[in-house]
Design a protein around this ligand. Structure first.
Ligand code: ADP
Length: 355
C-alpha cells in the first residue's frame, strides 16, 4: 500500500459511487443488483456496529475519505496473475482451489459441512509466492482483491487503523466476492505483549470482530488470506480463525527448474540442459524472489563487459547468457533465508499446518 495523495478530495457522491465501482466485466453485468446487495450489507453491518457500540465517528458508520482510500490504494487493480504463472506449489494450489475458487463458482454445492473456510493463512519463507497465490486466487474467482500490508496499517494509519479495518470489511462486503489479503499479518496480530500500546490492541480486536462478522454471515463471500513468515508469533485468537494453514515452502528442484526457465524465457541464453541442471542443483535454498534476483544479476554480466561500447551496440549483438554468468551472480546473490529459520517453519508446519 502506499501513496496518500488520493485521499485528499472527497465528494458527496463518493460513498455510493466508490463502493459500487466494479472490478470485473462480470460485475458490470450485475452492477445494480450488486449495489442493492452491497448497500443492504453495509447497512446491516453499520446497524451491527451501532449495537456493538454507541454511535460515534460518523452517523452512518462510514467514512467517505477512507472508502476512497481503500478503493484507490488498497484495491489492487494490477494485471491478473494466472495459475500457470506460479511455478510449482501444486498442493497449495489444489487446497486454494477447493477452499476458495470452487465455492465461489458453485455456491450451491458448498453449504453446510462443505461451507468454505473464510480465513486462511499462507506461511513460509519470504519470496516464495504467497502474494502471487493470493492474487491468482482473486483473479481466478473474479473477486475484488484488497491488498493490505499490515505494517502500513500500523505505521501510516496510526490511530486510524481500527477505523480503516472496519471500513475495509464494509467495502469488501459491498464488492464481494472479495479476497482481503493481509501481508505480514504477524505484525498486527502477534501475541499480546506487556508493552503493547492501546491503538494496536484496539486494531487487533476490531479485526477479530470484523472477521467474525463475515464468518457468521453465510451469505457473504469474503475470504481473508493472511501471509506471514513468522507464524509462530501469531496470536492464538487469530490462528484459531485462520483455520486452514497452508505451508508455502522454498521451491524444490522441479519448481526451481520451472522458475529458472520461466525467468529466462525471451532472453538470449545458451544454457545446455547439463548446465541448467547444475544451476538447479546449486540453487538449493534459494526462494523464488532470490532466483529472480539471481537471473537479473546474471543478465547484467554481458552488459558490463561492453564497457564504453554500451552506447553504440545493437541489442542483437549483446552475447547470450552463459553458465559462468550465473556462477558469478551466485557469489553476490545468496539465499536470503537462514537454514535455522527454514527449519523452524518446517517444524511449525508439522505441528499446526493443514498440509
Ligand atoms: P511472498 O511469498 O513474499 O509473498 P511473492 O509472491 O511476493 O512472495 O513473490 C516475490 C516474487 O518472487 C514474485 O514477484 C515472483 O517474481 C517471484 N516468485 C516467487 N515464487 C514464485 C513462484 N512459485 N512462481 C513464480 N514466481 C515466483
Amino acid at each position: 500500500t502506499g501513496g496518500s495523495s488520493e485521499i485528499k478530495s472527497t465528494s458527496p457522491k463518493l460513498q455510493t459511487g466508490a463502493i459500487s465501482s466494479t472490478a470485473s466485466p462480470r460485475k458490470v453485468a450485475t452492477k445494480s443488483s450488486a449495489n442493492v446487495r452491497g448497500a443492504s450489507a453495509v447497512r446491516n453491518q453499520a446497524n451491527n456496529a451501532m449495537t456493538r457500540r454507541p454511535v460515534q465517528e460518523s452517523g452512518s458508520g462510514y467514512d467517505a475519505k477512507l472508502v476512497e482510500m481503500i478503493n484507490s490504494v488498497i484495491v489492487d487493480h494490477s494485471p491478473s496473475v494466472k495459475w500457470e504463472d506460479i511455478a510449482g506449489l501444486e498442493m497449495a494450489k489444489q487446497a486454494l482451489m477447493e477452499m476458495v475458487i470452487l465455492p465461489t463458482k458453485r455456491r450451491d454445492l458448498f453449504t453446510g459441512l462443505r461451507k468454505p473456510a473464510k480465513g486462511l493463512l499462507l506461511f513460509g519463507p519470504p519470496g516464495t509466492g504467497k502474494t502471487l497465490l493470493a492474487k491468482a486466487v482473486a483473479s481466478e474467482s473474479d473477486a475484488t482483491f484488497f491488498n493490505v500490508s499490515a505494517s502500513s496499517l500500523t505505521s501510516k494509519w496510526v490511530g486510524e487503523g481500527e477505523k480503516l479495518v472496519r471500513t475495509l470489511f464494509q467495502v469488501a462486503i459491498s464488492r464481494q466476492p472479495s479476497v482481503i489479503f493481509i501481508d505480514e499479518i504477524d505484525s498486527i496480530m502477534s501475541t499480546r505483549t506487556e508493552n503493547e500500546n492501546e491503538a494496536s490492541r484496539r486494531l487487533k480486536s476490531e479485526f477479530l470482530v470484523q472477521f467474525d462478522g463475515v464468518t457468521s454471515s453465510s451469505g457473504d463471500l469474503v475470504t481473508v488470506i493472511g501471509a506471514t513468515n513468522k507464524p509462530q508469533e501469531l496470536d492464538d485468537a487469530v490462528l484459531r480463525r485462520l483455520v486452514k494453514r497452508i505451508y508455502i515452502p522454498l521451491p524444490d528442484r522441479n519448481a526451481r527448474r520451472l522458475l529458472l526457465k520461466h525467468k529466462l524465457k525471451g532472453h538470449a541464453f545458451a544454457l545446455p540442459d547439463r548446465d541448467l541442471e547444475r544451476l538447479v542443483a546449486e540453487t538449493d535454498g534459494y526462494s523464488g524472489s532470490d532466483l529472480q534476483a539471481l537471473c537479473e544479476e546474471a543478465a547484467m554480466m554481458p552488459i558490463r563487459e561492453l564497457g564504453s561500447n554500451i552506447l553504440t551496440v545493437q541489442p542483437n549483438q549483446v552475447r547470450g547468457l552463459r553458465y559462468g554468468d550465473f556462477q558469478k551472480a551466485m557469489t553476490v546473490i545468496r539465499p536470503s533465508l537462514q537454514k535455522s529459520k527454514w527449519e523452524e517453519l518446517e517444524r511449525w508446519n508439522r505441528e499446526f499446518g493443514s498440509n
